[in-house]
Design a protein around this ligand. Structure first.
Ligand SMILES: [Zn+2]
Ligand SMILES: [Zn+2]
Length: 169
């Protein structure tokens, strides 16, 4: 009863699973008298892996990285219809694949893939515009440049796509 130490040289008591366990079942913690965590590794992991621990970690990230309150975050999520602002993939609150992206002074929620995409383009509008131009350039048919040159003297050319294939093959 009473103030008995909850650890010895070989074992320690876990308050969570209410058991005596060998010392190596506990993680290190220099701030405690025993030099070990209060709870055994299993109990400790169960907590840090829990939903609320994740939410707490995420809210800290919101505050530190994006200067957002949990309310701002919730509001943004609702405004976007719970979807990624770019591709429309549905976003789960407090999930690690739901990311905040800052565009100028505006914030958006993006899925991990679109966020990665923005990272690849270094958030640079010029690079994005350039990429878009390349995409549309290709979508208009390969050899679009060639057709333009040829088109100057060839008024009857109504199917540039087919023509481009012929001239290549
Ligand atoms: Zn335990
Ligand atoms: Zn997306």
């Amino acid at each position: 009863m009473g103030r008995r130490r909850k650890f010895t040289d070989i074992e320690k008591y876990c308050n969570k699973c209410v058991k005596w366990l060998p010392l190596d079942a506990f993680g290190e913690n220099r701030r405690t008298a025993s030099g070990k965590q209060d709870y055994c590794k299993t109990c400790h992991n169960a907590y840090t892996g829990s939903f609320w621990a994740k939410v707490a970690a995420y809210e800290q990230l919101l505050q530190q990285k994006w200067r957002m309150t949990p309310n701002d975050y919730l509001e943004l999520w609702r405004t976007q219809g719970k979807k990624c602002a770019i591709c429309g993939a549905s976003l789960t609150l407090y999930h690690r694949d739901t990311l905040v992206r800052v565009f100028g002074c505006r914030k958006c929620l993006l899925c991990a893939v679109c966020n990665k995409g923005m990272e690849c383009f270094r958030d640079d509008p010029r690079l994005l515009a350039e990429a878009l131009e390349q995409v549309y350039g290709t979508a208009n048919g390969e050899g679009g440049e060639k057709d333009k040159q040829k088109g100057a003297g060839d008024g009857a050319n109504e199917s540039p796509g087919k023509d481009a294939e012929k001239s290549e093959g």
